[in-house]
Design a protein around this ligand. Structure first.
Ligand code: SF4
Ligand code: SF4
Length: 337
């Protein structure tokens, strides 16, 4: 499923922000136009893809957000909106008046929740108000960016607001050439031990999780993988391409790799062609360095596709200060970091 960035504006400034690269380097006022939304809709429909994720910044800030969602639904798309939920209460009310909560409507929200103790009180109040209005249509999302994170607050919000019992768990990735907080390669293992310390809470609260990209198989012992299997479906140790389309119709493999061979959506005739381009660039990168560990090059799990070797943004970030000895598009990217 591809992601369309409706706007670069946001209401939060998360320390791990994946989008910071796109938020800083372009016109913050840029928003997707109706013409481009219709182009994107036609492009995906003609490629046989009827699912689209809406991102930002904060997609709910787009001035035509409800109308654009209704348009996509009318065209038969399944829409997933990634939001912080931290918008002003009046805006939540306006959106709700256009998008009544109907459990059958093919529209879902993933609400990326930050630990309340790390967020301003006003932001927490706004999030809770949003969850009160849209709870049953919302699945919680959480991004790990330090090894000592807490998840207990999630169970409280899920139970209080009737959220979906499906957690989308992300691993913050480095943004090569920019500054954001994320786990270093050596802190992934302690973070995974911390994650599994909540296994009993997941089971008790009947919460399943879905691992987003960048998790690695070897950061778990065999016994831990057994525990993980009971609380995470599907078990996935992959890496992109995610396909992010900016408001100006530029496309990248994913946010952290936004400087690696970006293209305009207008250069491609289909989603398949676009995916081939970014798979090839990820392949180039992994041909130079298989994964985040030296062992990845020879790893049997990688050979049979069980693990892709972790987040390619770590690989690119590690190449940053090396001499220009890489393949042309990688060199060009490194020179621009
Ligand atoms: S490089 Fe791969 S793992 Fe890292 S954020 Fe992008 S798609 Fe995810
Ligand atoms: S491919 Fe790399 S990250 Fe994945 S299991 Fe093997 S050594 Fe670990």
């Amino acid at each position: 499923m591809a992601n369309l960035l409706l706007t670069r504006r946001c209401v939060r400034s998360c320390p791990y922000c994946f989008a910071s690269e796109q938020m800083n380097m372009n016109d913050l006022s840029a928003e997707v136009s109706w013409e481009d939304l219709i182009y994107v809709t036609d492009f995906f429909e003609s490629s046989g893809e009827k699912r689209l994720s809406l991102l930002g910044g904060e997609p709910l800030l787009h001035k035509h957000f409800p109308d654009m969602v209704l348009y996509l639904l009318k065209r038969g798309f399944h829409v997933t909106v990634f939001t912080s939920g931290a918008i002003p209460q009046e805006l939540t009310d306006t959106i709700k008046s256009f998008l009544p909560v109907d459990l059958l409507m093919p529209l879902d929200f993933v609400c990326n929740l930050n630990e309340p103790s790390c967020s301003p009180k006003k932001e927490n109040e706004r999030v809770e108000y949003f969850l009160k209005q849209f709870g049953p249509k919302c699945g919680p999302g959480f991004n790990i960016y330090r090894p000592d994170f807490d998840l207990l607050f999630l169970f409280d919000l899920i139970n209080r607001f009737g959220l979906k019992r499906h957690l989308r768990l992300g691993l913050a990735a480095p943004i090569p050439g920019a500054v954001n907080q994320c786990l270093s390669v050596s802190s992934i293992r302690p973070a995974m031990q911390r994650l599994l310390s909540f296994a009993a809470d997941f089971a008790r609260n009947r919460l399943q999780m879905e691992l987003d990209c960048g998790f690695t198989l070897c950061s778990f012992t065999d016994e831990e993988l057994g525990t993980l299997f009971r609380i995470a479906t599907p078990l996935h140790f992959g890496c992109g391409p995610a396909v992010d389309i900016g408001p100006d119709m530029m496309v990248w493999s994913c946010f952290p790799l936004s400087r690696l061979a970006p293209r305009s959506l207008y250069e491609f005739a289909s989603l398949g062609e676009l995916l081939d381009h970014f798979r090839a660039r990820l392949g180039d990168l992994r041909a130079e360095s298989g994964g985040i560990h030296y062992e990845c090059d020879e790893c049997q799990h990688r050979e049979i596709g069980r693990c892709q070797g972790g987040c390619a943004a770590h690989i690119l970030a590690a190449m940053k200060d090396e001499p220009s000895i890489r393949l042309p598009e990688i060199n060009t990217c490194l020179q621009n970091l």
